[in-house]
Design a protein. Structure first.
Length: 208
C-alpha cells in the first residue's frame, strides 16, 4: 500500500493518459484468443499470441504517429527501487530446492505469465477502459477482471466448471486492475502478479 501511495503521489500529475487505442482492441483480442486457442497447441502458444497482439498494437500506434504512447501502454510508470527490493526480498524468501526440479513451470508461472499478461490486461486493456470510463473506474476494473478470467481455464481436471478458479481469477484481475488504476505502473503490477503466482506455486509443505 505504501508503495502504491508513493507512485501515485510522485508521478500521477506528470504522466498523461494515452488515448490512441479504443475498446475495440479488447474485442479483437478475445476473438483472436478463442480462434488461436482452438487452432494451436504448442507450448506457450498464448504467450506467442499476446506477443503478436502487442506487436500489432505497436504497429497501429506507429502508423498513427503515436509512438510515445507505446511506452505508456507497455510500461507506464517505473517502479520505485524500494518497492522492487521489498518484493524481490519476499520472492527470495520462498526460494526452495523444489524449484530446481520444476524450473520450467516456475519460469512460466512466475516470470513469463506476469510480464506477458500484465502488459496486455493492465497496461493496454485497463488503460483503454479507464480512458473511456473516466467516471466509472470500478466498472473499468470489473470489465478488465472479467476479460482476464475469461481467457483462463475455468474447469477442473475432470472438465467440470471450477467456481474456485473463477473467483480466484476475478479477485486477482480486480486487485491488479485497481493497483494499475492507482499507480499506472505495469512493472509494479508484474511484481504483484509474480508474487501471487509464487504463493500458488510454492508447495504447501514449504509454507508451513
Amino acid at each position: 500500500m505504501r508503495a502504491i501511495r508513493v507512485i501515485r503521489r510522485r508521478e500521477r500529475k506528470v504522466l498523461p493518459i494515452p488515448d490512441g487505442l479504443t475498446p475495440v482492441c479488447i474485442i479483437v483480442y478475445l476473438a483472436l484468443f478463442f480462434i488461436w486457442d482452438q487452432a494451436t497447441s504448442f507450448p506457450y502458444n498464448l504467450v506467442a499470441l499476446r506477443i503478436l497482439f502487442l506487436a500489432g498494437l505497436a504497429i497501429v500506434l506507429l502508423a498513427r504517429h503515436r509512438s510515445a504512447e507505446i511506452r505508456h501502454y507497455f510500461i507506464g510508470r517505473l517502479v520505485p527501487i524500494g518497492s522492487i527490493l521489498k518484493l524481490g526480498g519476499m520472492l527470495a524468501e520462498f526460494w526452495h530446492p523444489f524449484f530446481l526440479t520444476s524450473a520450467r513451470q516456475f519460469f512460466g508461472q512466475c516470470i513469463v505469465a506476469p510480464v506477458n499478461e500484465e502488459i496486455v490486461f493492465r497496461g493496454v486493456f485497463v488503460s483503454v477502459l479507464l480512458q473511456h470510463l473516466p467516471r466509472q473506474p470500478w466498472l473499468a476494473i470489473l470489465v478488465s477482471a472479467l476479460v482476464f478470467a475469461s481467457v483462463h481455464s475455468l474447469s477442473d481436471r475432470y472438465g467440470a466448471a471450477d467456481l474456485n478458479s473463477l473467483l480466484s481469477l476475478l479477485l486477482l484481475g480486480g486487485a491488479l486492475g485497481w493497483i494499475f488504476a492507482e499507480t499506472r505502473s505495469v512493472p509494479f503490477c508484474i511484481l504483484c502478479h509474480a508474487l501471487w503466482n509464487l504463493f500458488a506455486f510454492v508447495p504447501v509443505f514449504h509454507l508451513k
